[in-house]
Design a protein around this ligand. Structure first.
Ligand SMILES: *[C@@H]1O[C@H](CO)[C@@H](O)[C@H](O)[C@H]1NC(C)=O
Ligand SMILES: *[C@@H]1O[C@H](CO)[C@@H](O)[C@H](O)[C@H]1NC(C)=O
Length: 922
């Protein structure tokens, strides 16, 4: 325990001013390859295609690419590269450029793809005038100009949609042999080629320089989005006068807002959007990556440059991607609308599987609930104050001296009983397990890992020893199958006593965080497992941490996921929360935005941060409600709960040094408002659950930027404080102090969209901004006309206790007087839905009838029923209504409210297990 306190004191005193210590993190200038590549600006590409080598077979075009490189004596030599262009299903292409005969294999990112992408057909269209044209089955074409090398992707109208290497920034630094004396004799351009230093850290760079870079142009684009995780706006900024966006998973203590600095997550996907089309590129690379952006529509981009590059056209965005290692491997997604590219991306990297239902409810966490009595008091506090809650969380202090898979014997002597007490109320527990392993004699995990060789190695091949919460720590190497096998066993209930199917896992610090490492992470020359079947020796017998860094955190949660699946023989769905993020993380875990602060700016930032992650596959996102560091006053706390209630992952969490802040520790009115916000979440739980089910089928974001649904509406392109849940609810949380009115943008003028205030049913015609009054109880949320949303309005202590509760169906009518919605129901926790034990129903409303129809052969014996139907926006009230379900017919009772435009059908009693219809007569 003392070790922790020392670590804490160090951390807290050094950073007592509450702002990021930028000296700990590299700028582009301080990152050898970024400095090198960013300064390279050739007039034309040095790479060319050997047209005679082009070969098209199946879905692949292969060819040789040539350039002139310097050899070790600095003489010019011809260098050969292998180009592979593949056509993939769903309007996607892949371009790979690797050395034809590298000294040893270059790293290929291993974990982000959800299996091998499915091929489409590829047809040779023409080969003339120094260029070659191919097309896929959908009519998208790729024109490859041989010299200088350039790839132009044409949309179905034959217009340029994406251009690679238009700005001549394709580079693949060839692997070279290190000669003795290289370091001393290095020419200036070679500075840092065989080692570099940052602060007191030395990187031995045993393979030398191996960076890759490529520029991507997006003609006609107004904005580009993507490359989370940053605290910047959703639409990316021009970077010419500052730092590029950086992608490198880092534990940034007190990270700053409005920044392009790297933080915990790194997803190298970019989307370009304009009124003509939406396209995307996924840069498949797990090494440190920097991204420069030039938006020619930005006022900051000088006119001469605009004219030079775009011929005077204002609509175009250029991006440049630079990575420290790997190959050029880029997926080009042809769109052509936002929903298409978001889907195309999840086809590559996978969707979030249906989460257990409880995980969409409210979570209560703190560093730390100190002992069993504390857990019990907090649990009882929720009952006493009538605030629903599903999960209590335990941070690192529950362990026996930061040894994971153990419990502190004094503070948590009866974990099984503690968990059973929670589950008796339908509640769950989440406990933290981090990747650093305490190097302590007698700790089984450390002894096993040492003996079996499961740790990441340092540059000399010894177990790497870093500093984290437990003090001296080593890190399991999840690229080694033996580690996965060993680790999977650790989650067996008998190996982790006190846990049950109702104990789920939080994986923190998995960037990985190393307190005494360069940039608070693992040295890049640490060694990871490489499959021996590659048959390499010496330097080629391992991968370096530099190659895998951004997917280390993913390797870790993948291991956790396998363990949690195995512990119940794949019967129950696991819930995992991860801090590090990479492409594909969504297949295993939810994500939160890390150690934020109890400040309004961080509340505001949580919206674009999660929205950006959602477009990159990670819809299951939230921020620490209340803020991790510092103490939120009553107003901030209230607004944060209100915002959190409408974000996918809804968890309050706080730092160990902050004042306790369970909802009832605030004054009675604040408690009442928090209670109201949490109850709103529970009322909409089945709506959220249905959205996540639909995401698991169609791969679309659950939380959506406005431009996704309104791609022609230019005003939406830069709005990132407002978003949509599915295509149904518009949410614009209040994120400013002391306001009594906010501006909310209601999109869809062209479609004559109507938006209904969910509290009052007041109808707004879509017409841009409205001024919304927001007293402290108000959450600006609007239901789109044309939608039906299921609610459950009975108050319970936890979501499990709501299983059989009846539904209220809320229909908000469009200008035509119609609406539709969906509802998904299953047992909420098992994989039985995969064998058709679920209900997916479509609900429609027209002036004649409301119908509820099961959509497939699936079935689940739910006892739920409809206790109320509310229809907002009716023009003429029906005289009578009759329910028809099976053989039964019953007349229904209706009332009319508000300005005669809200109809309430009381107690229809229709059952969710079978189709029904309500007929209206006038
Ligand atoms: C479980 O609940 C019982 C009954 O309230 C209580 O006596 C017991 O101390 C609880 N156990 C733990 C470990 O919290
Ligand atoms: C209303 O109906 C018309 C004619 O069927 C259709 O074109 C239009 O899209 C509908 N409007 C809405 C908002 O659904």
């Amino acid at each position: 325990m003392r070790l922790i306190n020392i670590a804490l004191v160090v951390v807290l005193t050094v950073h007592s001013t509450f702002s990021v210590d930028k000296n700990n993190f590299k700028t582009c200038e301080q990152s050898g390859f970024c400095k090198r590549l960013r300064n390279l600006k050739p007039e034309k590409s040095q790479y060319s295609l050997n047209l005679d080598s082009v070969f098209v077979h199946g879905n692949v075009l292969s060819a040789e690419v040539i350039t002139v490189n310097h050899d070790t004596e600095n003489k010019n030599v011809l260098w050969h590269y292998a180009l592979k262009l593949s056509a993939l299903v769903d309007g996607t292409f892949r371009v790979e450029i690797d050395e034809a005969e590298p000294l040893y294999p270059r790293y290929r990112t291993q974990l982000s793809l959800d299996g091998e992408p499915k091929p489409d057909s590829l047809k040779l269209v023409s080969k003339e005038n120094g260029q070659i044209t191919v097309s896929n089955s959908q009519g998208y074409k790729v024109v490859i100009r041989a010299e200088p090398l350039k790839f132009t992707f044409l949309d179905k109208n034959g217009e340029e949609a994406v251009v690679l290497n238009d700005n001549a920034q394709l580079f693949v630094e060839p692997l070279r042999v290190k000669n003795s004396g290289d370091e001393e004799n290095a020419v200036e351009s070679d500075e840092g080629a065989w080692s570099e230093s940052f602060k007191s850290h030395h990187d031995s760079k045993p393979r030398g320089n191996e960076a890759v870079s490529l520029d991507v142009a997006f003609p006609d684009a107004d904005q580009v989005y993507g490359i989370p995780e940053h605290t910047d706006k959703l639409n990316l900024a021009t970077t010419t006068s500052g730092e590029p966006y950086r992608l490198y998973n880092l534990d940034v203590f007190e990270f700053e807002l409005d920044s392009r600095m790297a933080i915990y997550g790194a997803i190298p996907v970019l989307y370009a959007h304009g009124s003509k089309r939406t396209v995307g590129v996924f840069w498949h690379n797990s090494a440190e990556t920097w991204v420069d952006i030039v938006n020619y529509g930005d006022e900051t981009v000088v006119g001469s440059l605009v004219n030079l590059v775009t011929g005077g056209q204002k609509r175009r965005v250029d991006a440049r991607l630079m990575s420290e290692s790997g190959i050029v491997d880029v997926f080009v997604m042809m769109g052509d609308r936002p929903s298409d590219v978001f889907r195309q991306y999840t086809k590559l990297t996978g969707v979030a599987p249906l989460p257990p239902r409880f995980s969409l409810a409210y979570h209560q966490s703190r560093w730390n609930y100190v002992d069993e009595a504390d857990v019990r008091a907090v649990d009882e506090g929720f009952d006493e104050h009538d605030v629903p809650a599903d999960v209590l969380w335990l941070d690192i202090e529950y362990t026996d001296g930061k040894k994971y898979f153990t419990w502190d014997p004094i503070k948590f002597p009866h974990p099984a009983e503690m968990v059973a007490n929670l589950t008796a109320k339908g509640r769950k527990m989440v406990v933290i397990i981090d990747p650093h392993i305490k190097r302590e004699a007698g700790y089984f995990l450390h002894e096993d890992a040492t003996e079996m060789g499961l740790y990441v190695k340092n540059k000399d091949g010894k177990d790497y020893d870093g500093w984290c919460w437990p003090g001296s720590s080593s890190y399991l190497d999840f690229f080694n199958p033996a580690v996965i096998k060993y680790y999977t066993e650790r989650y067996k209930f008998q190996n982790f006593p006190g846990t049950s199917k109702d104990v789920h896992i939080w994986n923190d610090m998995n960037e990985p965080s190393v307190f005494n490492g360069p940039e608070i992470t693992m040295p890049k020359d640490c060694r990871h497992y490489k499959s021996p079947q590659d048959g390499e020796e010496g330097i080629a017998s391992f991968w370096e941490h530099r190659h895998v860094h951004n997917e280390y955190g993913l390797s870790y949660i993948k291991g956790t996921h396998e363990g949690m699946m195995a512990r119940t023989d794949a019967h129950y769905r696991p819930f995992i929360l991860s801090r590090a993020v990479f492409a594909g993380t969504q297949r295993f875990a939810a994500v939160w935005t890390g150690d934020n602060m109890a400040e309004w700016g961080f509340l505001a930032a949580s919206v674009p941060m999660c929205l950006s992650l959602a477009t990159a596959g990670v819809s299951f996102c939230g921020s620490d409600v209340g803020g991790f560091f510092k103490y939120p006053d009553a107003e901030l706390m209230t607004r944060w709960y209100q915002a959190g209630a409408f974000q996918a992952f809804f968890r309050a969490h706080s730092h160990i040094e902050t004042k306790r802040r369970e909802p009832w520790l605030y004054d009675a009115t604040t408690l009442a408002r928090i209670r109201d916000a949490v109850r709103r979440r529970y009322a909409l739980l089945d709506f959220w659950y249905t959205l996540f089910y639909e995401h698991s089928i169609d791969g679309l974001p659950v939380t959506r930027p406005l431009f996704q649904q309104y791609p022609q509406e230019q005003q939406t392109y830069t709005i990132d404080n407002t978003y949509l849940l599915g295509d149904k609810l518009l949410v614009s949380p209040v994120v400013e102090a002391g306001v009594s009115s906010v501006k909310v943008y209601l999109p869809g003028r062209e479609r004559r969209e109507l938006w209904y205030d969910v509290d009052t049913f007041q109808q707004h015609s879509a017409n841009g901004h409205i001024h919304q009054d927001v007293n402290i109880g108000k959450i600006p949320v609007y239901q789109r006309g044309g939608t039906i949303i299921p609610r459950k309005e009975r108050v319970r202590r936890s979501s499990t206790l709501m299983t059989n509760d009846p539904y209220t169906l809320l229909a908000a009518l469009d200008v035509n007087g119609t609406a539709e919605g969906t509802l998904y129901i299953d047992d909420g926790e098992t994989f039985d839905y995969k064998s058709n034990k679920y209900i997916y129903a479509k609900i429609t409303f027209s002036p004649d009838a409301m119908t509820y129809k099961l959509q497939n052969n699936a079935h689940y014996p739910t006892r739920t029923w409809v206790e109320r139907i509310v229809v907002a926006g009716i023009k003429t009230a029906p005289k009578s209504a009759q329910l028809i379900q099976g053989e039964s017919r019953s007349a229904l009772h209706m009332t009319i409210h508000r300005g005669n435009d809200v109809l309430v059908v009381r107690k229809p009693g229709a059952k969710m297990a079978a189709d029904w219809e309500i007929r209206f007569t006038y």
